[in-house]
Structure formats: structure tokens, C-alpha cells
Design a protein around this ligand. Structure first.
Ligand code: ZN
Length: 239
């Protein structure tokens, strides 16, 4: 009997441990631990500066932003962010700065389509389009929710125009595969340049999407569900 009581309390303790330690709340039906308040994030950053979500622009000043989910120009034809901000964890921003510096030699730079995405937006996307190949499933969450994935392409450094790639962003076809070969030589060359420089900086391409890159050790960053505007406001950024 005593043993049973002990196990009961142990189970209760384990169930609430993530919340007690990290201030995480389970505000989803999948019981995922989510970091959903600025206070929790601040506490985490105090312990480990690498956990901070920072604006890419501050580390890559000449980055081109074209945040599709802040517009209706996306596969869902819905505006999912009130305003577009491109946040990533601190080491990811530093790695992107390395990418930009290396690409400059070729006269090109990066354009960002999406970066940190609040978990609730991932859920909304899946509700509208339940696609398990091209979309992150809500019971697992997305690497974008962890602040360590970016959707990028190449632009000409001078004109800021996009370099032609195999497909447009969020084209969910075979042509979007990162190793697809039935393409003009020039497009393969440019896609491979993007992959090569990103890989060198610690990113890995997603095999179904040439534009989606995940930074190494992504799982060490938790799932976050803090509104982009709230995050921006907390950093006193103006837009
Ligand atoms: Zn992505």
C-alpha cells in the first residue's frame, strides 16, 4: 500500500516536473512541454544565453526578409503572423552571419521566408492542411517552433532579387526535393551552393524541401509558443 502511494506521488511529480523546472505549460492536447511566457524565456536565458531568441537582422544586417506567413502570399493564402519578425536562437543567428559572409564572395546573400514560428501557428497550419510530409505534425511540433530552423533562398547582393531555384517557396512537389536532378544546370548549381554554405555553417537541409534548414543539436532547444509581436516588444524592437 505504502509503495503504491509512493509511486502515485512519484508519477504526479514527474508529470509536473517540466513545468516546475522550466516554467513550461502544457497548453496543447498532445501534452507537449511548451515554453509559452516571456518570463520563462528570460529565466532560461539567464542560465544559458544560447537559448535566447534574437532577430536575424541584428546579426545579419543586410539579410533580405520576405516573411510569407505575415502576408497572404503563402500556400494557405492566409495571414498567420500579425507582423513579420525573423527570430532564431542566438547560435543560429551567428551561423547565418557566417553564411552571409561566405556567400558574399559569390555576390549573393540570403533571403529568409520564415524562421521561429510559434507552436500555435504550426497547429493552425496543420488544422487547415493536414499534410504529414511537408508540414510539421502538431503532436511533435516543428523545428521552427524550437527557433533552430530557417527557410531561406539566395538573392543577388546588389539587386536583392531572388536567384532562380528549382521551385518557388512552399512548392510541395517532387521538384522541391533537395536532391532532385531533372533541372537546368544553373539551378542545380545555385541550390548546391546554398546547401554547401549552409552545411558548412552547421545546418542540414530537409530532403523534401530545398529551402528548409535545421541547425545542429536542434532538440536541445524546447518548443516555444510566444507570439512574435510579444517577443519583439519585449526586445523593444520597432517595426
Ligand atoms: Zn521550414
Amino acid at each position: 500500500m505504502l509503495m503504491k502511494t509512493f509511486y502515485f506521488y512519484l508519477l504526479v511529480l514527474l508529470a509536473f516536473l517540466p513545468q516546475m523546472v522550466l516554467g513550461q505549460k502544457n497548453t496543447n492536447p498532445y501534452n507537449l512541454a511548451l515554453l509559452s511566457s516571456l518570463d520563462s524565456l528570460t529565466k532560461l536565458v539567464e542560465k544559458n544565453a544560447d537559448q535566447d531568441l534574437v532577430e536575424i537582422k541584428q546579426y545579419v544586417p543586410d539579410v533580405v526578409l520576405d516573411l510569407k506567413y505575415a502576408t497572404k502570399d503563402n500556400f494557405l493564402k492566409k495571414k498567420l503572423y500579425k507582423k513579420g519578425y525573423a527570430f532564431v536562437r542566438l547560435p543560429v543567428a551567428k551561423a547565418l552571419a557566417q553564411v552571409q559572409a561566405e556567400l558574399a564572395v559569390y555576390g549573393v546573400g540570403i533571403k529568409v521566408f520564415d524562421a521561429y514560428r510559434p507552436y500555435s501557428v504550426t497547429r493552425k497550419m496543420f488544422e487547415i492542411r493536414p499534410d504529414t510530409v511537408f508540414l510539421a505534425v502538431p503532436w511533435r511540433g516543428s523545428q521552427h517552433n524550437r527557433g533552430c530552423a530557417v527557410d531561406v533562398t539566395l538573392v543577388d547582393l546588389m539587386s536583392k532579387k531572388e536567384i532562380p531555384m528549382p521551385t518557388p517557396y512552399d512548392d510541395f512537389t517532387e521538384k522541391a526535393h533537395a536532391n532532385y536532378t531533372n533541372l537546368p544546370e544553373e539551378q542545380i548549381k545555385d541550390r548546391e551552393l546554398l546547401k554547401e554554405v549552409m552545411h558548412k555553417a552547421g545546418f542540414k537541409v530537409y530532403e523534401s524541401e530545398w529551402w528548409h534548414f535545421t541547425y545542429k543539436d536542434c532538440q536541445q532547444y524546447g518548443l516555444v509558443d510566444i507570439d512574435l509581436e510579444k517577443l519583439a516588444k519585449s526586445k523593444k524592437l520597432k517595426k
